[in-house]
Each structure stands twice: as structure tokens, then as C-alpha cells.
Design a protein around this ligand. Structure first.
Ligand SMILES: Cc1cc2nc3c(=O)[nH]c(=O)nc-3n(C[C@H](O)[C@H](O)[C@H](O)COP(=O)(O)OP(=O)(O)OC[C@H]3O[C@@H](n4cnc5c(N)ncnc54)[C@H](O)[C@@H]3O)c2cc1C
Length: 481
């Protein structure tokens, strides 16, 4: 008897790895472009994981904050799933070896971030949570006998039979191509920051998995909602920018304009700790007026211990953040929209599942609450893995095979142009006129490459949403109240 076809999971970030581990003992083929923690946004996460674990906290309070941040565009049942399972998710991560930071008396240490009504963020290695979590997940996946890992492959097509997705096409590092067959295909390919001129995301987070699912006819949802982080390090000529965590402002850092005056005083009662989208718009405007800086000297001598990742990134670029202000700019950070899925990760195409940032199950609504995304990857990844387990014993679809491939990529010059266009039109500040103009500008690019096609879909959705909501802010229709 031949071995059962594996479940194919595309993506080695927190969502793909959580799903792969939870599918045991069903055989899993895990495909990723890069080995270890490389290429995954998960490994860059600085803030942490939100979970109502503290005795005074509750999943209901966490859910309320999630929906307020999301502009009540969230699916409340999915939000409850997230917040009720958060404690278990953190416990599971501890079981596989993540050592979250603790207070001197041994209790878990909780931080507070923008939008949370209390301290409920667990973190590891100070601002190195993503790296620590990913190290543990990668080690667990390497030790798991049901997971076969193949790295250095680019998944650029889907195999369908009888209208059901039952495999993927890959291009190997040596340029060779092959089709791989499986019981089900899970896309866990991450976000879309790479479509914008400035992003906090790694290069692999370019929307390719979303583009592939759309090419195969899968339904998408909420594509217009893109979150911009207000403080990426402004480094001219660079596309993927180091993030300067919000927690620095929690520790007393202040945003300043070219004249050295506060950017946030008088803009919002919470000043530098105002919601992420409000700060991002202010920093975006300041960038047009000459620039924005984060003065973090108040963090003082403890900077390297408290924020080792940011400290290293600053020093790598010749800035000593203890004494010099950090130049900052907003950057595309997180996609609330994606492949439309239900609570179990089913897309509209039989056999195709999606989880993590590439998916949209409605949990984040119109704007993601800080530190809810790693949590999403673990909660919905594990849920999907468990659901896929019995599929290993199911039958295979019959009929002739059909391959759906992504369009070719745009060339470097076209991509630069598209990224600048997206930053201007789909950035922190939008308007009907700029969206309309960008949509027209995009027509030729949409015919040339998959990035243009995806951008066209996103611009179209943003134009159709005529009112401001969450991260979708239109200057021609500002939010009411
Ligand atoms: C700088 C930064 C800081 C952040 N901080 C936090 C935080 O503190 N808390 C929080 O909750 N969230 C945070 N986020 C958001 C969070 O990290 C991401 O949303 C989350 O990690 C996404 O996980 P994922 O598994 O969906 O995707 P990823 O971790 O991005 O993994 C995607 C995987 O898919 C692979 N891949 C992509 N395309 C292909 C292809 N065609 N073929 C094969 N493989 C492919 C990639 O190589 C990668 O392995 C942060 C994000 C960034 C960028």
C-alpha cells in the first residue's frame, strides 16, 4: 500500500508551523521559501502575544478591546474564539519551550500596548518575542516525525482535480519545477507589506499566496484594510525597514517634528500613545513636511537591555538611540484582509485552506489590535491542524488535473513604481481622487504581473468603501464623531 498523501502546508511562520504540529500524526509536507526562521514576519515580532491570563483580566475584556480597535467590523464569534483560547495558546507555547519573561517573583510579566485597557501582553527576550517563539516552533517541527520540511521552494501554482485543490506547483532553487500532490493545501504565506514602498515586513511577505488563491477563484474579504505602523526606522533607499516598537513610547519616548516640537500634543488626548492609525497619519503628514523623529533618550542606559532588537537596529545604522533621535516613517505593517475563510480555515475552494495573515476570518475587523496576530496564528493554526488530521484517511478526488499558476512577477522597475503608487494611494491617508487615479495607473501593471493584479483588486475595494473605517481613512470622508 502506498503512503497516504500528505497535507501540504505552504509557509513556515507561526501559523503554518502551529497547524503542522497540531495535525499530528497525519503526514504533513511543510513548504517554505527559506529555512529556519528566515523569511517569516513571525520572527520579527517585537511586542508580544495578547492573552487575558492575569486573574483580574477576562477574555470578554480582551474581546471588547479587539472589537473597539477593529471598528466593530469584526466577527464577534471569531473574536471570542481568539480570546477564549488565548490562555491555552500561551500554555502550549510554554510547553514547547518558549520562556516568556517573568517578574522577579516568578509570575508572567504583562505589558500594556495601545488599545488594550490593561497590561495583558506576554513577551520573551524583551522585544524579541517573535524570534524566541519561532525558535521553539522550528525546533518542535524538526523533531516531529510526521512533518517533512522542504525549504528553498517557491509555491507558484495550485493543482485542482474535480474542482478540488489537491496539490501545488513549486519552483525549486535550481529553477526546476514540479507538482506535489496532497490531501489538502493550506496557505500560510503571510502578509502583503512588500506591495508598499515602505514596510516593516520581510521581503517574502509580498502577497503572493493571496494572489495565487485569487487566481484560482477563491473569495477574498476586506482587502482594503491595511494597517500602517507609525514608527519604522526611516532609512532612505530601503524597502523593508526595521520596526521601532510602540512600547518605546510607552516607556516615555516622544515623536518630534523638524522644529523639535511634539507631533502628537493636541492631536489626541493620549498624545504619543494615541491609537496606531492616528499616530501613523500624523507621522505621515510630518514626513511630507520634512520628517519625524522619535526621541527615546528618556529610556536611558537601560535601552540595550529593555529593547535589544531596536537598539541593535539603530546602532547598525549609526544611531545611538540613548542620545540621538531616531528618524521614523509609517510603514505597511499588517493586512487585516485576505483569503476569505471560516472559523476552521475553509476557503471558498474545496481542498484549499488558509490561516494566519494571508487569511481573513473577520477576527481583526477594520484594524488589528496590537499583539493579536501571533495569537491568531497559534489559535487558528492549531484549530486548523486538528481539523485536517482525519483528512489523511479520506479518498482522493478523481478526474483530470488542472493547474492554476500565478502570473509572472513584475520587473524591478515596475515593482518600484507600483510600491510608490500603493504607498501614496493606499497609505495611511486616502481619498477617492487618489484611489481612482491609482486604479487607472495600475491597469497596465495589472496586465503585466501578479502584483499589479493584486494591487488593482485592493485599490478597487478601497474605492468602493466610501466611508472611513478603522485603518481605511479617507480624507474626503473623515470618520463621524
Ligand atoms: C516587524 C514586525 C513586528 C510585529 N510584531 C508583532 C507583535 O509583537 N505581536 C503580534 O501579534 N504580531 C506582530 N506582528 C505581526 C505578526 O508578526 C504577523 O502578522 C504574523 O507573524 C504572520 O504570521 P504568518 O505565519 O501568517 O506569516 P509569516 O510569519 O510571514 O510566514 C509566512 C511564511 O510563508 C513563506 N512563504 C511565503 N510565500 C511563499 C511561497 N510562495 N512559497 C513558499 N513559502 C512561502 C515565507 O517564507 C514564510 O515562511 C509584527 C509584524 C512585523 C513585520
Amino acid at each position: 500500500m502506498s503512503a497516504p498523501a500528505p497535507i501540504i502546508i505552504v509557509g513556515g511562520g507561526i501559523a503554518g508551523l502551529s497547524a503542522a504540529l497540531a495535525a499530528a500524526p497525519a503526514p504533513v509536507l511543510l513548504l517554505a521559501r527559506a529555512s529556519g526562521t528566515r523569511g517569516a514576519a513571525s520572527a520579527l515580532a517585537q511586542g508580544g502575544i495578547a492573552a487575558a491570563i492575569d486573574p483580574g483580566d477576562s477574555p470578554q475584556a480582551h474581546a471588547r478591546d479587539t472589537c473597539v480597535a477593529g471598528g466593530f467590523h469584526n466577527d464577534p464569534a471569531i473574536v471570542d474564539l481568539l480570546t477564549i483560547n488565548a490562555g491555552d495558546a500561551v500554555g502550549w507555547l510554554q510547553d514547547i519551550g518558549v520562556a516568556f519573561d517573568r517578574e522577579p517573583d516568578g509570575r508572567l510579566q504583562f505589558c500594556r500596548e495601545g488599545g488594550h485597557d490593561r497590561a495583558r501582553i506576554v513577551h520573551a527576550g524583551g522585544d524579541a518575542t517573535g524570534a524566541k517563539v519561532m525558535e521553539a516552533l522550528v525546533a518542535a517541527a524538526r523533531a516531529a516525525t510526521h512533518i517533512e520540511r522542504r525549504v528553498g521552494v517557491d509555491v507558484d501554482g495550485l493543482v485542482l482535480r474535480d474542482g478540488q485543490v489537491c496539490g501545488v506547483c513549486v519552483t525549486r532553487a535550481d529553477g526546476g519545477r514540479e507538482a506535489l500532490h496532497g490531501r489538502a493545501v493550506v496557505l500560510a504565506t503571510g502578509g502583503i507589506g512588500g506591495l508598499f514602498a515602505q514596510t516593516s515586513n520581510p521581503a517574502d511577505a509580498d502577497g503572493n499566496g493571496l494572489a495565487l488563491a485569487l487566481a484560482a477563484g477563491a473569495a477574498a474579504r476586506d482587502l482594503e484594510f491595511v494597517q500602517f505602523h507609525p514608527t519604522a526606522m526611516a532609512l532612505p533607499g530601503l524597502h523593508s525597514l526595521p520596526l521601532v516598537t510602540e512600547a518605546l513610547r510607552g516607556a516615555g519616548a516622544r515623536l518630534l517634528g523638524t522644529d523639535g516640537a511634539s507631533l502628537m500634543d493636541g492631536v489626541h488626548p493620549l498624545a504619543d500613545l494615541a491609537p496606531r492609525d492616528i499616530v501613523a497619519r500624523r507621522v505621515w503628514q510630518a514626513g511630507r513636511d520634512g520628517g519625524a523623529w522619535l526621541d527615546a533618550h528618556k529610556v536611558g542606559a537601560a535601552f540595550p537591555q529593555r529593547f535589544p532588537t531596536v537598539f541593535q537596529a539603530c546602532m547598525d545604522h549609526g544611531i545611538d538611540p540613548r542620545v540621538q533621535p531616531i528618524p521614523v516613517t509609517p510603514a505597511a505593517h499588517f493586512h487585516m484582509g485576505g483569503i476569505s475563510v471560516d472559523a476552521d480555515g475553509h476557503s471558498s475552494l474545496p481542498g484549499l485552506f488558509a490561516v494566519g495573515e494571508v487569511a481573513c476570518n473577520g477576527v481583526h475587523g477594520a484594524n488589528r489590535l496590537a499583539s493579536n496576530s501571533l495569537l491568531e496564528g497559534v489559535v487558528f493554526g492549531r484549530r486548523l491542524g486538528a481539523l485536517l488530521r482525519p483528512l489523511a484517511d479520506g479518498g482522493q478526488p478523481r478526474g483530470s488535473f488542472r493547474m492554476v499558476r500565478r502570473k509572472p512577477s513584475l520587473d524591478a522597475a515596475q515593482l518600484d513604481y507600483l510600491r510608490a503608487l500603493m504607498m501614496q494611494a493606499m497609505g495611511p491617508l486616502r481619498s477617492g481622487a487618489t484611489l481612482q487615479a491609482a486604479l487607472q495607473d495600475c491597469t497596465e501593471l495589472a496586465g503585466s504581473g501578479w502584483q499589479g493584479e493584486l494591487a488593482q483588486r485592493m485599490l478597487g475595494e478601497a474605492l468602493r468603501r466610501t466611508a472611513s473605517l478603522g485603518a481605511h481613512y479617507r480624507s474626503d470622508a473623515p470618520p463621524v464623531g
